[in-house]
Design a protein around this ligand. Structure first.
Ligand code: HEC
Ligand code: HEC
Length: 488
């Protein structure tokens, strides 16, 4: 992520030269106030347009306010976002569209704060509040009253979480020995996990679709994305994902999206670029040579493994008979991450930076399909308070799995987690808790963070890294890092 440092000038736009560290206590300069006023006018125009007649188009680069400033989305198709396309249509049976959970105002994800607002505005009847996967569990709940809905949708309201239920693969080399789910979804053949909607923008840079990579894997009949098949595999994975999302989240009957609509959805998604374009204390992130905002992403070069330490080997490794075949992991870089670094797989520990994993230049996801267990779903990491770097995982289930011996009986080699991650896709005990590193643009628009919403703020996420990886940051460095992440 080294290239992000180019954006310092954007950071400093409204600040005296040396005051980044004090940015929190600063009063914005006159220039900032003027920009904010412009922004407010732009927002007002959008809102008033929306109230009168049906509002069908969001022009490129309309700023949407968020706690860090504002984010913008740029579409390479037709000058903006056409709100009449299939992405915005109800294609299933429960009134939901893709945009129910992927909103232009929230950098194409949805913040928990906005979900809570929707609950109060609609008394819990907005289509996001559906028992299929919006409620904490889909049985033993009462959603006939507002109080009932308030309780049933607490994880969605508070943490922005959707229940993702996945069956344990028949060939799993482990057994699920216990599921302790406080909401009643204790089934051990189909495991209920709770995940944040990933942003459906900046998708040109994906190396795997979904947190556990399942829409880029044989488990769903899709294809692992490789240097040699990019972007063909990505495009077909996304088409398949649009069908699964409709039958799953929207309880569709399988007839929609039609092949033509799948194509439209994929074109729409692949044309979207989103980033923070304005910071409350920094002003515009796009002027005076700063390279923030979505525009530079449109032309950002990318290929699978673009910035990875093994990228020069990729064409060779992926040859028939090469070291990596579809479905394999690359030795070494795909192993568990414990406190202090990457462990096992022949590498005892690896000194790195945030950019070692978040390595796609200017985008920040894994440029190579590399799910990792960094411990965000590890209940043993839970500390009493976020200020100590502990993540609050108390609202999540506990799932215990034990590796099988050669006759298929569980051994005493067991792990307890809140989310099985990639292990539920490929059936491998060694892949328990492995999750992809998501794109780090537009973060301010979509709190809370991590797959399970366990970091309420960016500071919580940073404190987690400090504890888990033994980072030592001064309060100034912490606030610099928060300022940096919130302006992406
Ligand atoms: C009820 C909320 C909801 C609806 C409706 C929904 N999604 Fe999602 N979406 C999610 C969640 C949650 C995830 C992450 C799930 C996971 O990784 O297991 C996700 C992930 C994705 C991803 C993966 C992005 C990445 O980085 O891997 C794409 C693409 C996507 N959704 C597109 C769509 C499309 C297209 C539709 C409509 C056909 C849709 N979604 C409908 C909640 C939703
Ligand atoms: C060892 C690899 C690795 C390193 C090093 C790393 N990350 Fe991450 N990062 C990940 C993975 C994997 C995830 C997804 C975890 C999850 O969702 O539970 C993630 C998620 C995140 C998120 C949440 C994004 C979202 O959409 O919710 C933020 C923010 C983040 N990382 C910032 C950082 C910062 C800042 C550093 C350096 C201090 C860093 N990361 C170092 C692998 C890494």
């Amino acid at each position: 992520m080294g290239t992000f440092s180019d954006r310092k000038s954007g950071f400093r736009r409204c600040l005296p030269q040396d005051s980044i560290n004090r940015y929190k206590s600063m009063r914005p300069s006159k220039r900032c106030i003027v920009s904010v006023a412009f922004l407010a006018v732009a927002m007002l125009m959008v809102v008033t347009e929306g109230s009168g007649q049906q509002f069908t188009f969001i022009p490129n680069k309309v700023p949407f306010l968020n706690p860090g400033g504002a984010s913008e989305t740029y579409s390479t198709n037709g000058g903006g976002i056409d709100l009449t396309g299939p992405f915005f249509q109800s294609m299933g049976t429960n009134g939901r569209s893709c945009a129910t959970c992927h909103q232009p105002s929230d950098a194409m994800s949805v913040s928990a704060a906005h979900i809570e607002e929707r609950f109060f505005l609609t008394r819990g009847k907005d289509p996001i509040f559906r028992t299929v996967d919006g409620s904490n569990c889909n049985h033993s709940i009462d959603v006939s009253t507002e109080e009932g809905r308030f309780a049933a949708y607490s994880l969605l309201r508070k943490r922005g979480l959707i229940r993702i239920a996945i069956a344990v693969p028949a060939n799993a080399d482990y057994r699920v020995v216990n599921v302790s789910n406080q909401y009643g979804c204790n089934e051990s053949e189909i495991i209920s996990m709770y995940r944040r909607p990933l942003p459906s923008t900046n998708l040109r840079f994906l190396s795997a679709v979904m947190f556990d990579g399942r829409e880029s894997s044989p488990a769903t009949g899709t294809t692992k994305i490789l240097y040699s098949n990019y972007p063909t595999a990505l495009l077909s994975d996304l088409a398949h994902q649009s069908v699964d999302a409709t039958t799953g989240h929207a309880q569709g009957d399988g007839t929609r999206p039609t092949p033509a609509e799948q194509q439209q959805i994929v074109n729409f998604e692949m044309g979207l670029f989103t980033a923070q374009s304005f910071g409350w204390s920094t002003g515009s992130l796009e002027s005076r040579g700063a390279t923030g905002g979505p525009m530079p992403l449109v032309t950002q070069p990318f290929f699978i493994g673009v910035n990875s330490s093994v990228n020069f080997l990729l064409p060779l490794l992926e040859q028939p008979g090469g070291l990596v075949s579809p479905g394999d992991d690359v030795a070494g870089i795909n192993d568990d991450v414990a406190a202090g670094g990457l462990v096992a797989g022949g590498i005892s520990s690896l000194q790195g930076t945030c950019g070692t994993c978040h390595d796609t230049p200017n985008v920040g996801n894994h440029s190579f399909p590399t799910p990792l267990n960094i411990g965000t779903g590890d209940p043993s990491e839970t500390a009493p308070s976020a200020s100590l770097g502990g993540l609050d995982l108390s609202y999540l289930p506990r799932i215990t799995v034990c590796k099988n011996d050669s006759s298929g009986l569980p051994t005493s080699n067991c792990k307890t987690t809140t989310d099985l991650g990639q292990a539920l896709i490929d059936g491998k005990f060694d892949h328990v808790g492995k999750i992809k590193g998501p794109i780090l643009r537009g973060l301010s628009a979509r709190a809370p963070y991590f797959h399970n919403g366990s970091a309420q703020t960016l500071l919580d996420a940073i404190r987690f890294y400090e504890k888990r990886f033994g980072l030592v940051l001064t309060p100034h460095e912490e606030s610099d890092l928060v300022a940096f992440l919130s302006s992406l």
